[in-house]
Ligand binder design. Structure first.
Ligand code: ATR
Length: 483
């Protein structure tokens, strides 16, 4: 079940939210702790109008909620509300058995016994789940995760405790996001989703995203899992490139973001979950190399891998940044419109760019804040090098490729080459895609230069990746990808 947490301050707001999302949800959680005033009549009316199962929740501040009027009055309130007839009530593990359980029983309301853990991962997780379930209650454990290893343990619950049919085990925070999307693979029968525009718990995704982007409720044992690893990774636009395409081809597959600090732990987890392929982003493009059984020619050359696919039991690394970068300029290189290129930056992205240009007959200059790094990459690729301050001395530049993160959201007022004056004959290719036009691009456009945005490379590398993952052609033209 996709369960929408209703966090309106009035019942009217909650009803509006409910009806707006009625086609997407399977159940709702009424968060009484968010209500400004609790009016029993209004809530009774809400229950009458609601055609889906409703969970009653009144969360205390210490568990991440908003209720602050003391425990005695909270329990008295819950008791009164229970008499209105809810399908489920969320009661915390430390709420002692008593009258409230009797009322729930009389009203045939199932108890979800919830535990919220924000500090250390519980060593006795499985035992605690079993103990709660043995009481005939539904165990709910929401645990703040700090690593992929902890996420792995969450996914072990399904297999280890398969006899417990009704349970909710989810990871909070960025590390926990896959457990919310792939909730059925953790053995959970329900996942909580937030209304559009508000995140109620850390890592909780909007209902619209869970249903329309990830089709979380359609994931089953046979679903093929792809993903992206990075740190941070939740800002990535890649799920919005891959998931709609998987859906278009009617493949039972999903593409999920995995926050990863430790690469080794991720490879162990990927084997366990049967992940078939994943994109790799900053800072792991070099770190994955020792774990690959096979690498492509480009990965060997560049020393960086942005795509890993399972091929005949082996992890194979390829680099679609290389081809994705070339795609928008390929014809311009072939026709000799681009003969001389200036690369700003000498980091991981610049390496793919330098090799791609060099291998297509373009002479290059690499300019970087840290000159030593420019020198090093230039020596490898047979390029010239310079400091950022020196680039004004170079003339007749056909292509400038901006590979640093200077000018990227939120620091959009920065320009990495303030001292460079555009002649208007250049093509500026800025690898940044947020904002769509950087300060540098606006300056180049004003001078009459041609622009290529980072979004084009992002989509092109994603399309090559999709084809490597699935073996299918990307189902629609790249310029129709929306994110
Ligand atoms: P990526 O994989 O995105 O290329 P990276 O390998 O960390 O990331 O490289 C970042 C690049 O942006 C480097 O060239 C870096 O310059 P330094 O080598 O001098 O660190 C450049 N960069 C980052 N912040 C910068 C800044 N504020 N001014 C100029 N260059 C910057």
């Amino acid at each position: 079940m996709l369960c929408l947490s209703l966090n309106g301050e009035t019942i009217k707001d909650n009803l509006n939210m409910y009806f707006e999302n009625i086609d997407l949800l399977d159940s709702v959680e009424l968060r009484v702790d968010f209500l400004k005033h609790v009016d029993l009549e209004e809530i009774a009316e809400f229950l009458e109008k609601c055609r889906h199962p409703v969970i009653l929740t009144c969360r205390r501040e210490k568990d991440g909620g908003r209720y602050s009027n003391g425990e005695k009055s909270r329990l008295a309130l819950l008791k009164k509300l229970l008499k209105l007839g809810f399908d489920y009530v969320d009661l915390e593990e430390d709420v002692k058995k008593g009258e409230i359980d009797t009322v729930a029983k009389d009203m045939s309301t199932r108890i979800i016994r919830s535990v919220h853990i924000f500090d250390e991962f519980p060593a006795d997780l499985f035992a605690r789940i079993q103990k709660t379930a043995a009481n005939g209650e539904i165990p709910k454990f929401a645990i703040m995760l700090h690593s992929i290893k902890e996420l792995h343990t969450i996914f072990n619950v399904k297999h280890e405790l398969r006899s417990i049919k009704e349970k909710i085990i989810l990871g909070m925070g960025s590390f926990g996001v896959p457990s919310r999307i792939l909730y059925k693979l953790t053995g959970s029968f329900l996942t909580y989703c937030s209304p559009r525009g508000s995140e109620i718990a850390e890592g909780q995704l909007p209902l619209n995203t869970m249903k329309n982007l990830y089709s979380a409720d359609e994931v089953d044992e046979r679903t093929i899992i792809y993903g992206i690893i990075g740190n941070p990774v939740m800002h990535s636009a890649s799920p919005e490139i891959h998931n709609p395409a998987l859906k278009e081809l009617k493949l039972n597959a999903v593409y999920v973001p995995f926050q990863v600090k430790n690469i080794r732990d991720f490879f162990i987890f990927a084997e366990k979950l049967g992940i078939r392929g994943f994109s790799v982003t900053v800072p792991h493009k070099q770190a994955v190399l020792p774990y690959l059984g096979k690498i492509s020619r480009e990965v060997k050359l560049i020393g960086s891998c942005n795509t890993v696919v399972k091929e005949k039991q082996l992890w194979k690394g390829i680099n679609t940044d290389y081809y994705g970068f070339l795609k928008p300029i390929y014809n311009l290189l072939e026709s000799n419109r681009i003969k001389k290129g200036l690369i700003i930056g000498a980091g991981g992205a610049a390496r793919s760019v330098a090799w791609a240009l060099r291998n297509h007959g373009c002479s290059i200059i690499i300019a970087n804040r840290t000159v030593e790094k420019a020198k090093y990459l230039a020596a490898e690729t047979g390029a010239k090098w310079a400091s950022i301050d020196e680039i004004k001395k170079f003339t007749s530049i056909d292509l400038i490729v901006q590979t640093t993160n200077v000018g990227m959201y939120p620091e959009i007022d920065n320009d990495p080459i303030e001292n460079y004056s555009f002649t208007g004959n250049e093509i500026l290719y800025d690898l940044i895609y947020t904002p769509a036009k950087t300060k540098l691009m606006l300056r180049a456009e004003k001078a009459g230069a041609e622009l290529i945005s980072g979004k084009e490379m992002l989509i092109s590398q994603g399309i090559y990746q999709f084809e490597a993952f699935t073996g299918h052609d990307f189902p629609y033209p790249g310029d129709t990808v929306i994110f």
